[in-house]
Design a protein around this ligand. Structure first.
Ligand code: CO
Length: 447
């Protein structure tokens, strides 16, 4: 019998510890097991991007570029993959195209193979430059459709957006469910639809948060998905991905194969079981699945942010009200998916509305900029009354936000000064002007 191969991307070294250990895993704790991971035959290993870049400099005193090039030297067979937030790169605002281009060039030079590109609003205009620059460097551009539930996110939306991304030259398409709210049958419908209209491979990325993701993957596999994202069992489940071993074993006696050996995977699982103990203070694990996410669409990380915010205000008892406020704010904001940075923008406003006790009488700068269109076009029009309350009679922009940005690299070069040791350092400063100069200075003193 001819079985169909299902590829697995191992997310342990990026999303795994970003979801479970607040992105704190150090390179020194990854390196001893890389050879084993590399020998398994994964489709790719997601090891970089997302919050790891920021976390390296902010918390770990590690050079993110060095992390990438060292990982590349140890991963001899497996392709490396990263998460790129489109025009937000690995930060929280829109950057000019010159920085994006420079970032992608150096990422490829340091060993990145596959760029998973997304935009928090599913605004394709915010992904175009990323796709173009990745292709120009000869790397793999995987374009992402962020999954969310709203009246405007129907079957046609998912078909149309994926088709558009393929037409832009994407090498593959990913369906990304950061909150863990994609049900098995909804996944089946979307993936089946994509396999019917797309000529490029399709991958699925889900979080286990609500307990559905392994079932969702199984239906996605039946619908023809080419690659699934999983983490090693001891770094899986909860707000992380489904476990590699579980998915491998699930396909026993089926039409599908992964070519993975469970006994060899268990060595990797044992390794991370031990390593994880070192990061206990950051470990967000809880004993159960979180089904609140199915009601409020609020990802796990966001709930812990709320708890911290409300504790500071001595208002922890208001948590249920804040959670109930999130869908209301999201509707006023035109149903953005809740993913970085829109999750922070919507979440903070929901908390403010409840703490202040009146809606939108106070708004953060990020919320004002969102209403000005500086993050892109929301999936549906924003509530005009709310918009007026927040930015008055200002007229929102209608172009791609980055079109209004002046080139930023020269300024970053100035700011970086004489602590620069390589061109990548300038990119670090451009992305994180608040923390990178300090990091570079410290590194220079140490040398
Ligand atoms: Co994720």
């Amino acid at each position: 019998m001819n079985k169909r191969k299902v590829g697995i991307t191992d997310t342990t070294l990026r999303d795994g510890h970003q979801s479970l250990l607040a992105t704190r895993m150090k390179l020194e704790d990854m390196l001893p097991i890389v050879e084993d991971i590399d020998s398994m035959g994964f489709h790719s290993a997601e090891v970089w991007g997302g919050a790891t870049f920021d976390s390296c400099m902010r918390f770990l005193n590690e050079d993110p570029w060095e992390r990438l090039s060292i990982l590349k030297s140890r991963f001899k067979k497996t392709k490396l993959q990263m998460l790129l937030r489109g025009q937000n790169i690995v930060g929280y605002r829109h950057y000019a195209d010159d920085i994006l281009e420079e970032f992608i060039k150096h990422s490829v030079n340091n060993g990145m193979d596959i760029f998973r590109i997304f935009d928090a609003l599913n605004d394709v205009r915010n992904m175009e430059s990323s796709i173009r620059f990745v292709k120009k460097e000869g790397a793999h551009a995987q374009a992402t459709v962020v999954y969310t539930v709203s009246p405007v996110h129907d079957y046609d939306f998912y078909m149309k957006m994926a088709k558009e991304l393929q037409e832009l030259g994407s090498d593959s398409i990913c369906l990304k469910d950061m909150a863990g709210i994609l049900s098995p049958y909804n996944a089946y419908e979307i993936i089946k639809g994509w396999k019917g209209i797309l000529d490029i491979p399709v991958q699925i990325h889900a979080h286990y948060t609500s307990g559905m993701a392994a079932m969702t993957y199984l239906k996605a596999i039946e619908a023809g998905v080419d690659v699934i994202d999983c983490a090693i069992s001891t770094m899986a489940l909860q707000t992380s991905q489904p476990s590699i071993e579980t998915m491998v074993a699930s396909l026993d006696h089926s039409l599908y194969q992964t070519d993975m050996e469970l006994t060899r995977l268990s060595k990797i699982a044992d390794y991370f079981c031990e390593i994880r103990k070192k990061y206990q203070e950051f470990d967000s694990s809880s004993n159960s699945v979180d089904t609140n996410v199915l009601i409020y669409q609020v990802p796990g990380g966001m709930i812990s942010n709320f708890v911290n915010q409300l504790k500071e205000q001595n208002a922890l008892d208001k948590l249920p009200e804040v959670l109930a406020e999130v869908p209301r704010v999201r509707e006023d904001f035109g149903f953005p998916p809740l993913v970085t940075p829109s999750s922070q923008i919507v979440g903070t406003q929901a908390a403010i509305n409840i703490i202040v006790g009146s809606r939108y009488s106070y708004a953060t700068d990020e919320v004002k900029n969102y209403m000005r269109g500086y993050y892109g076009r929301p999936p549906a029009p924003v509530n005009k009354d709310v918009q007026k309350k927040i930015i008055g009679d200002e007229i929102p922009i209608s172009v791609r936000p980055a079109d209004l940005l002046e080139p930023e690299l020269d300024r970053a070069r100035e700011l970086a000064g004489d602590s620069v040791q390589k061109p990548e350092d300038v990119v670090s400063v451009a992305l994180f002007p608040q923390i990178a100069p300090e990091f570079l200075k410290k590194r220079k003193q140490k040398a």
